[in-house]
Design a protein around this ligand. Structure first.
Ligand SMILES: *Cc1c(COP(=O)(O)O)cnc(C)c1O
Length: 460
């Protein structure tokens, strides 16, 4: 499989080049040249596979030529051995409500599904090339810890994660700073998350530094992250339908950067019987406004109890736009240029109608999120985390929908407690964090300071 850019400015690249490149060099996002088509007989057969077996089948057509089947089997087995549930991503049925639990990985949020795989994939590709990688990222909470757990202990990778000092939850901070492997470097900056992002951007734009130190990114624009997430849509469909190809499923997806829900779109394009994709946002509603109006325009970010979806620009949206614009890179480029200069873009009415045929979108308020946690708890005894509750609420008009559970409720214990008066029992990965030894540098929110720190750390 070869990969092309949404903006059409690069020669097609291989899977491993796409993984190492992250963002395409023309500023676009990378996508496969075509989608493998899965026929009905194969779908039926896949419905009987374990998560690990299925992951190999789903991913192989996308990585083949670059990675052998046996290498992929090894990668997948190692990546999901860190999950504590034997099914990896089980579906829990609570009467008509179906929950796809994606939080059984080492950091108790769904980003582990992708970042455990990406970490091992980086290792394989670097061993082959003999190279090294220095990952640099800024986090507001979940991504940082999942990325750190994805590459901890690896010999060819150092990881530097910036978080705003005192502005991530105590659990999130501890999840990062208690990882003591020599290749993990946590930096608390005396500033905001936006400062962190600004610094990371500045260092990536420092081309001399970037190439001398082979800086790499782990944000959700990496194609391998999307690919790993496609697997659980197939898995959940198999569990819920029993392999009946006349049994389409609707998925509800709590959405921020459009990565998770785009993976659902890819599954649909491969032939998975998906009826609707419910795009659920909190009050940061840029994406739900787009689905309902055809206008994509940024607003200000409001902090909510589902903080991992507090964004106002969705980095993966451009991937969907590419298909909506009939795979025409010139049209995508024009729309993205309009977005850059005017802060908004708009698609024609017939395109909006097309979006609505597959996507249903709802923005869920803080009150609705809280009352959904309460209602589900009262009716079933099951505790939803606030992100998952956003998705469950948005799916109210779709009985039987499979709702993606993106975080363990104990990770957002304060919001859960406020809704139902009790906290959820933490999984083993979240226990004892406060007592563990931690390591973290505290630095000024200044790109030059961070650069100097990275250089001196790597010189040792
Ligand atoms: C990152 C995250 C999301 C949003 O996922 P996207 O792929 O950015 O849409 C939802 N819930 C949780 C808990 C997350 O960490």
């Amino acid at each position: 499989m070869r990969y092309v850019s949404t903006r059409g400015g690069i020669e097609p690249v291989s899977f491993s080049q796409a993984v190492m490149m992250g963002l395409a060099t023309d500023g676009g996002l990378l996508l496969p040249e075509s989608f493998p088509q899965i026929d009905e007989a194969t779908l039926k057969q896949w419905a009987g596979l374990s998560f690990i077996e299925l992951a190999v089948e789903v991913m192989y057509p996308f990585v083949g030529e670059d990675i052998s089947r046996q290498e992929l089997v090894d990668l997948v087995e190692r990546s999901y051995a860190s999950f504590t549930h034997p099914e990896v991503t089980p579906v829990v049925e609570l009467g008509p409500l179906k929950i796809l639990e994606l939080f059984h990985g080492p950091t108790a949020a769904f980003k582990d599904v992708a970042l455990q795989f990406l970490g091992n994939l980086f290792e394989l590709l670097l061993e082959r090339s003999g190279g090294r990688l220095n990952i640099l990222g800024a986090t507001s909470g979940d991504t940082g810890s999942a990325a750190i757990y994805g590459v901890r202990g690896q010999e060819r990778i150092d990881i530097f994660i910036l978080h705003p000092k005192g502005r991530v939850s105590p659990i999130q901070e501890r999840q990062m700073t208690t990882v003591l492997d020599a290749n993990v470097h946590n930096i608390a900056i005396t500033g905001t998350f936006d400062d962190g992002q600004r610094i990371v951007k500045a260092l990536f734009n420092d081309l001399e530094f970037k190439s001398e130190y082979t800086l790499g990114a782990v944000n959700s624009i990496n194609w391998a992250r999307i690919l790993a997430q496609v697997v659980y849509y197939f898995y959940a469909w198999g569990r819920v339908s029993g392999g009946d190809v006349n049994h389409p499923v609707t998925f509800s997806v709590p959405t921020g950067n459009f990565g998770d829900i785009f993976a659902g779109y890819v599954a649909k394009r491969m032939g998975l019987p998906i009826e609707r994709l419910i795009l659920a946002t909190n009050r940061n509603d840029i994406l739900s406004r787009f689905v309902n109006s055809g206008v994509y325009s940024t607003g200000t970010v409001h902090p909510t109890i589902s903080p991992s979806m507090d964004i106002q620009i969705s980095s993966n949206f451009e991937r969907y736009l590419y298909y909506l614009m009939d795979e025409n890179p010139a049209a995508v480029k024009a729309l993205m240029e309009q977005m850059n200069s005017e802060g908004r873009l708009e698609v024609p009415e017939e395109k909006r109608v097309e979006v609505n045929r597959l996507f249903y979108a709802a923005a869920v308020s803080e009150e609705e999120t809280q009352s959904q946690i309460r209602e589900t708890y009262e009716q079933t005894g099951y505790i939803l985390d606030p992100h998952t509750a956003v998705g469950v609420h948005a799916a109210r008009a779709f009985p039987g929908a499979v709702c993606l559970a993106t975080a363990h409720p104990a990770k957002f214990g304060a919001a859960v407690k406020e809704a139902i008066g009790v906290e959820s029992e933490p999984p083993p990965s979240l226990q004892g964090l406060m007592e563990k030894e931690a390591r973290c540098a505290v630095l000024d929110a200044d790109a030059a300071v961070i650069k100097a720190y990275m250089k001196s750390t790597l010189a040792n």
